[in-house]
Design a protein around this ligand. Structure first.
Ligand SMILES: [Zn+2]
Length: 92
């Protein structure tokens, strides 16, 4: 892969598996792009725009789930989207 193509992919896409940033480096006589967190273990890219849209949808789903399950799970139903995700999925 050429340098400009590698830069374009690195700047426009993120890892399809873990949504980490990508890194571009030279290997042999051409550039390669890899997941910055897991390297060659992860393959594939998605656009940053796709990931942002999915994150927004996931936050909305988490808020809706908390609203629907708050009586069953004994949640207070207030707080941010981050709070909803932590309550529902056992975050910090
Ligand atoms: Zn990854």
């Amino acid at each position: 892969m050429k340098y400009l193509e590698a830069c374009h992919i690195k700047n426009r896409y993120i890892c399809a598996v873990c949504w980490s940033h990508l890194t571009a480096f030279i290997e042999g006589d051409e550039y390669v792009v890899r997941c910055a967190a897991y390297g060659a273990e992860h393959s594939g890219y998605v656009t940053r725009a796709y990931a942002e849209r999915r994150r927004a949808e996931d936050l909305f789903d988490a808020l809706e789930a908390r609203q629907n399950l708050k009586d069953i799970l004994g949640l207070d139903g207030s707080g941010s989207a981050e709070d909803a995700i932590n309550e529902l999925f056992g975050g910090e």
